[in-house]
Design a binder for this molecule. Structure first.
Ligand SMILES: [Zn+2]
Length: 245
């Protein structure tokens, strides 16, 4: 098995994990930057994440065109990934989700911030991209490279950007890191909403606490533990078997 074959299996596992954890449903997607060519990335053809198989994984250029000669239907919103990889060479993996618990913060003036330690990797600043600002009335999707680049502009150096009335896009320095961000962001949103309902004030994770946790880095044993757990729960551990050897 080549390293690309292994990476394809990891992307398949990531799709299944995000589906099982409720981060994506019929819609949503996850990609990784190609390890040998930073101008390419791996992303499934247009399929619901829980159903993705290794043969569904395609290779795309940063303009959204297929680089592997395949003409299989691609996600309309693949330009989310194009923009994120083009804008920041440190971005190695991207997730796009419509997670319900995050949606209130995409339409409210109340900003979403980390309130639980597991969501500290989402970063202290979570901007909101509103397609209306630059593109007026649209289908609320990111359906071309201009929209993808504008979303990446709003994302900036942050880990997450909310998308008005739509969902969120998260980026990471590794596939594991972006999975962690994407799984705990909706939980953080739910806890924050529950705390607001209690009344009184809400205490956020501080910038210093975020910096300390960020210094732990994008991978490591702690993240492997989580990956093993998520994959087992999702019934896709076999896609990560080689990692044990
Ligand atoms: Zn979407």
């Amino acid at each position: 098995m080549t390293d690309i074959d292994q990476l394809i299996n990891e992307v398949v596992a990531a799709n299944r994990i995000l589906a099982h954890e409720g981060v994506v449903d019929a819609y949503g997607h996850v990609s990784v930057r190609h390890p040998h060519d930073p101008n390419l990335f791996l992303l499934s053809r247009s399929r619901s994440p829980e159903l993705v198989e290794p043969e569904d994984i395609m290779t795309f250029r940063l303009d959204g065109s297929p680089a592997d000669g395949r003409s299989d239907g691609a996600y309309v919103e693949r330009f989310i990934h194009c923009g994120a990889y083009e804008a920041n060479p440190d971005v190695m993996s991207v997730v796009h989700s419509h997670a319900t618990s995050v949606l209130p913060f995409t339409i409210s003036s109340v900003p979403l911030k980390p309130v639980i330690h597991t969501a500290s990797h989402c970063g202290g600043n979570i901007p909101v991209w509103d397609s209306q600002d630059k593109f007026g009335d649209t289908g609320l999707l990111v359906s071309d490279i201009d929209q993808g680049r504008d979303l990446a502009r709003v994302l900036g150096d942050n880990k997450v950007a909310l998308m008005r009335g739509h969902g969120f896009t998260a980026v990471g320095r590794s596939l594991g890191e972006v999975l962690k961000i994407s799984i705990y962001l909706p939980q953080n949103a739910q806890v924050y909403m529950d705390a607001i309902k209690l009344g009184g004030s809400v205490k956020f994770v501080t910038p210093g606490e975020i910096a300390i946790r960020d210094s732990f880095g994008p991978g490591g044993r702690e993240l492997k533990r989580a990956m093993d757990y998520w994959a087992r729960r999702a019934g896709c551990s076999h896609y990560l078997e080689y990692k044990k050897s």
